[in-house]
Ligand binder design. Structure first.
Ligand code: NI
Length: 164
């Protein structure tokens, strides 16, 4: 395993639409393992492959206090409900946090680390992380979802949001 370099704005890879993974093979599993190690090295909650320079539809999520790492290959939101305004930050936009609207609840379909089809439901931080990481795969960042420029602030260390 290896800790990978996290790309930050204005790296153009963050703005590309990532490609679908045709087959979950050893190289994809290696990428997943490296992404998990990288996410943990920076105490992140989620990480998408474009953030480590790989334009493929792969993401990992680890909710603090949760009991598992969630691996998402080719994830898609199939249902979402509600709307809430929340603080958000991104490992690729260091030093900032913003206030945006996210769904209260989402349902996602994807493949897991072994290529098996999975469906999962998330609310609160997990719903936020799922939407945030899937946005990364479409070349979107939370800063694109701000209601206005006044909704982006310099991060205050003691109030720092979870890095996604
Ligand atoms: Ni992010």
């Amino acid at each position: 395993m290896a800790v990978l370099n996290i790309r930050v704005l204005p790296d153009p890879i963050l703005r590309q639409k990532a490609k679908k993974v045709p087959r979950v093979d050893k190289s994809i599993q290696q990428l997943i393992d490296d992404m998990v190690e990288t996410m943990r090295a920076v105490s992140g909650v989620g990480l998408a492959a474009p953030q480590v320079g790989v334009p493929l539809r792969v993401a990992v999520i680890e909710i603090p206090g949760g009991d598992e790492i969630i691996t998402l290959v080719n994830p898609e939101v199939v249902k979402k409900e509600g709307e809430r305004v929340i603080g958000e930050a991104c490992l690729s936009v260091p030093g900032y946090q913003g206030e945006i609207k996210r769904s209260v609840w989402v349902k996602v379909k994807a493949q897991d680390r072994l290529g098996r089809k999975i469906r999962l439901k998330g609310e609160e931080l997990l719903a936020q992380a799922l939407e945030h990481e899937i946005d990364h795969l479409d070349g979107l960042l939370y800063v694109d979802r701000l209601d206005g420029p006044d909704k982006l602030r310099k991060a205050v260390p003691e109030s720092e949001q979870e890095g996604l």
